[in-house]
Design a protein around this ligand. Structure first.
Ligand code: AOF
Ligand code: ZN
Length: 373
């Protein structure tokens, strides 16, 4: 069904799509190649929500040469008027003869309608080429569209013996500057960073991207001016965060997830979100995820303490763990990585599948997914 030229063109479109990975949120990363055989006449990728889609940039580059060509797109061309007009119509108007896409758009506003429009216009349409690779580009967008919840990456940092702070509370710095730069790159790809008021009160963190700390290859591709700050989300069920905390004054948006609105006066960049409570006055984390997805957050990067890590895992809300381990031994009176308790049989313990292990400076980084029971 697909030729080797089709494969090569779609691989190119996937490469182009990746160029948007620090900037497109909440939109997906999408790439497009327009070609006659192996002769590429136009390329494009989606760069930022509100700006044209991948197909539009590729069509502009191809001009008249789009007539009779094949368009390769990593996501089904859209059929709706969102922030921008439908790409399926633009492809039809440009006179392309064939459209090959990697996957159907899970957005219910599109969901097969783009392919239908193209077919109705007499264009040859195929879908499913390198589908798994295209899905890997946008785990957050796909999960939110399909489930109404964001894709959750839980970041953890510990010593080799799994400890995060000495008994007296000292925890700076366990992992290396290289690991912290790696964290900056993950933050930059997320739609939002989730933390807690406990962390804000203890550390007064910035929870932002500091361009100078990104590694050079990332900096080369992303000029400082083009970086987007992920939304900061702080679980603050007792209204303890105040307008004087550092993250409140930084560029970018902050969401305070609370049980009830506080009376403080906040700058325009801060919004309070009321989230239902669960037991012990804690926020209902499942409801929080739904609320965050409604705020168009696809991909949530969690940096908090052992309590939130345990609660998210117990609630089945974590998709992926990213664990940094430093070559240090902190001893058995130091604090543990995750508050999970009460297991009495090995059959009860969560099991993980390790997806990737690598060294980051002197530390190791493990990516693992929860095995679904
Ligand atoms: C495409 N090509 O490059 C992208 C698509 O608000 P809008 O107009 O930007 O529409 C956003 C939706 O369009 C997004 O949710 C997804 O369904 C689709 N994104 N589609 O054909 C693109 N970025
Ligand atoms: Zn589109």
């Amino acid at each position: 069904m697909f030729s080797s030229i089709d494969h090569a063109m779609m691989l190119r479109a996937l490469e182009l799509a990746k160029r948007g990975r620090f900037t497109t949120a909440p939109n997906p990363n999408v790439g497009c190649v327009i070609a006659h055989g192996s002769d590429i006449v136009g390329e494009g990728y989606h760069y930022r929500a509100g700006q044209p889609h991948a197909e539009v940039f590729a069509l502009r580059a191809a001009g008249e040469k789009a007539k009779g060509a094949t368009a390769y797109v990593t996501l089904e061309p859209c059929s709706h008027f969102g922030r921008t007009p439908p790409c399926a119509a633009a492809l039809i108007d440009a006179g392309v003869a064939r459209v090959v896409c990697a996957m159907v758009d899970p957005n219910p506003q599109v969901a097969g309608r783009g392919l239908k429009m193209l077919r109705a216009a007499g264009i040859a349409v195929q879908s499913g080429l390198l589908e798994a690779d295209a899905e890997a580009l946008n785990p957050g967008f796909i999960k939110r569209m399909k489930t109404g919840k964001p894709y959750v990456q839980l970041k953890l940092a510990a010593s080799l013996d799994g400890r995060t702070a000495l008994a007296n509370g000292e925890s700076k710095w366990i992992t290396s500057p290289a690991a912290r730069a790696d964290v900056q790159r993950f933050r930059a790809q997320a739609g939002a960073i989730l933390s807690t008021s406990a962390t804000v009160l203890a550390d007064d963190p910035s929870l932002n991207i500091r361009w100078e700390e990104l590694d050079e290859t990332v900096q080369q591709h992303y000029p400082q001016a083009s970086l987007r700050q992920p939304i900061r989300v702080v679980i603050d069920s007792q209204n303890r965060v105040t307008p004087t905390h550092r993250l409140i004054g930084l560029p970018g948006q902050t969401l305070l997830a609370r049980r009830e609105l506080g009376k403080e006066s906040w700058p325009a960049s801060v919004q309070q979100l009321v989230v239902p409570a669960a037991e012990h006055g804690r926020l209902d984390l499942d409801a929080l995820m739904t609320v965050l997805a409604q705020q168009d957050i696809n991909h949530l990067w969690v940096e908090a303490g052992a309590a939130l890590a345990g609660a998210l895992l117990s609630a089945g809300l974590v998709d992926e763990l990213i664990v940094y381990q430093a070559p240090k031994l902190m001893g058995s009176d130091s604090r543990g990585l995750i508050d999970l308790q009460g297991f009495t049989a090995m059959t009860q313990v969560p099991e993980l599948t390790i997806r990737d292990v690598r060294m980051v400076g002197p530390d190791i980084r493990i990516s693992a997914q929860i095995k679904q029971a």
